[in-house]
Design a protein around this ligand. Structure first.
Ligand code: AMP
Ligand code: MG
Length: 416
């Protein structure tokens, strides 16, 4: 049995980034760019109207000094319309947000400044406008003021979230060179396991780890490959493991404790997977197993034998699998692990006498004054206490009660 920090260091030492690859933009959602995105257009691509109203010459309206001005409407321009007409003195264009500003015009007077019914103010008619705060240039987004063609709008290393995907799309990047999404095979072991669709008979347990781990993998922008359930028989586990070892990462759950039917470590060894560690001094999740299948021509497969108890499996995923996936996808060190902070307990929490413990909690309040409420939790088979948890209370070995009001270390999971 090894200490948690040593186990985490061993995972970090054995994970290396997968080679980046060129891929469709949306396939790279959540990944870091390996090459910058360079725009093929200016943004805005031309001078763009930012209001519905009238595109005017600056002098025509400025000269009125806030008084009413009457102009000839010479053209109607909806978004998507273009014109070769030049706006002459005394004239204007009826214009909609998103249309290109016609030549000669230097500002947009908002439609609210029309003194008559603006519905009548279209090409061929006249309009009276009064804009008391008018200035030349108003309500126009000028060409190239956000970025220019040829400019790198997203540097290498940018993680592609919604804004970045939108920006890359605007810049014309249908494909990007970004980190490769790791393929993560997921195998649940246990003869007692039945599919979540089944109503479990006496002695049977629904395979909740399979969907749970697939969800955790998906949320980290990796690709889950569900391999279903293998019974606690060597041939059954071996066949599924052989399949799973073709992936970048193989997650097994169950079968790694010390029982007679805990066959996973031995089978992995027979399949050529080198054991890095087995059993870590922490709770829940002590039986966790980690190893590597090394190959000549290809990247190694990282293999995690997670404990069968669902809460243990989840905690081990957060502590060990998450950093591995972050490293495989080339993310910076600062994002490898869930962030840690401090919080004040709102209710007592009990530490374990033999191992550091992770207790599910609800964190609330400002980042510099977090409050941690322990969630009711009955032990490693109980996922109920983890549903709705946005953090862990990390208590050192002690076997004692930490009173309400105590400052404790916490691990931040997703805030929702
Ligand atoms: P094991 O690690 O195989 O000794 O399993 C420990 C406990 O976790 C047992 O009660 C199993 O029935 C349960 N368990 C194992 N695998 C799963 C799974 N995929 N989903 C839900 N419970 C599981
Ligand atoms: Mg089992």
């Amino acid at each position: 049995m090894i200490d948690l920090v040593d186990a985490i260091a061993l995972v970090e030492a054995n994970a290396t980034p997968l080679p980046p690859r060129r891929q469709r933009l949306l396939d790279a959602c959540g990944q870091a760019l390996a090459e910058p995105v360079v725009s093929d257009v200016d943004s805005p691509p031309w001078d763009r109207a930012m209001m519905d109203g009238f595109a005017v010459r600056g002098d025509d309206v400025a000269a009125a000094g806030g008084a009413a001005v009457e102009l000839d409407v010479v053209v109607d321009l909806a978004a998507g319309d273009v014109t070769s007409l030049v706006i002459r003195p005394g004239c204007c264009a009826r214009i909609m947000t998103g249309a290109p500003i016609p030549a000669g015009a230097e500002a947009v007077v908002p439609v609210e400044c029309a003194l008559d019914d603006p519905r009548a103010a279209h090409a061929g008619s006249r309009v009276r406008v009064q804009d008391r705060t008018f200035r030349t240039g108003q309500h126009i987004a000028r060409q190239g003021t956000a970025f220019h063609a040829g400019q790198a709008v997203l540097p290498a290393g940018s993680v592609l979230g919604a804004a970045e995907i939108g920006l890359a799309a605007e810049a014309g990047a249908t494909h990007v060179v970004a980190a490769t999404r790791p393929r993560v095979a997921i195998l649940s072991t246990g003869s007692e396991l039945v599919s979540p669709e089944a109503v479990p008979a006496f002695g049977q347990t629904r395979n909740s780890n399979g969907p749970m781990l697939a969800a955790a993998v998906t949320l980290l922008a990796a690709e889950p490959i569900p391999l279903g359930v293998a019974a606690d028989r060597p041939e059954s586990i071996r066949a599924a493991v052989a399949q799973g070892l073709a992936a970048d990462v193989l997650l097994l759950s169950g079968g790694v404790s010390a029982g007679d039917l805990d066959l996973v470590p031995e089978i992995l060894g027979r399949c050529g997977v080198e054991k890095i560690f087995h059993k870590v001094r922490h709770k829940p999740g002590k039986p966790v197993w980690f190893g590597v299948l090394r190959r000549e021509a290809a990247a190694p497969t990282l293999v995690f034998g997670l404990p069968g108890n669902p809460a243990s499996s989840l905690v081990c995923f957060d502590l060990f699998v998450r950093p591995a996936l972050m490293i495989l996808t080339g993310q910076p060190r600062a994002s490898w692990h869930l962030p840690r902070s401090h919080a004040r307990l709102t209710a007592p929490a009990r530490s374990a006498s033999d191992r550091p413990v992770y207790l599910p909690c609800r964190l609330a309040g400002p980042a510099d004054a977090l409050a941690a409420t322990p969630l009711p939790w009955t032990g490693s088979s109980d996922l109920r206490g983890f549903a709705g948890a946005n953090g862990y209370i990390a208590l050192p070995v002690g076997g004692r009660i930490h009173d309400a009001g105590t400052d404790v270390e916490v691990v931040l999971r997703a805030f929702r």
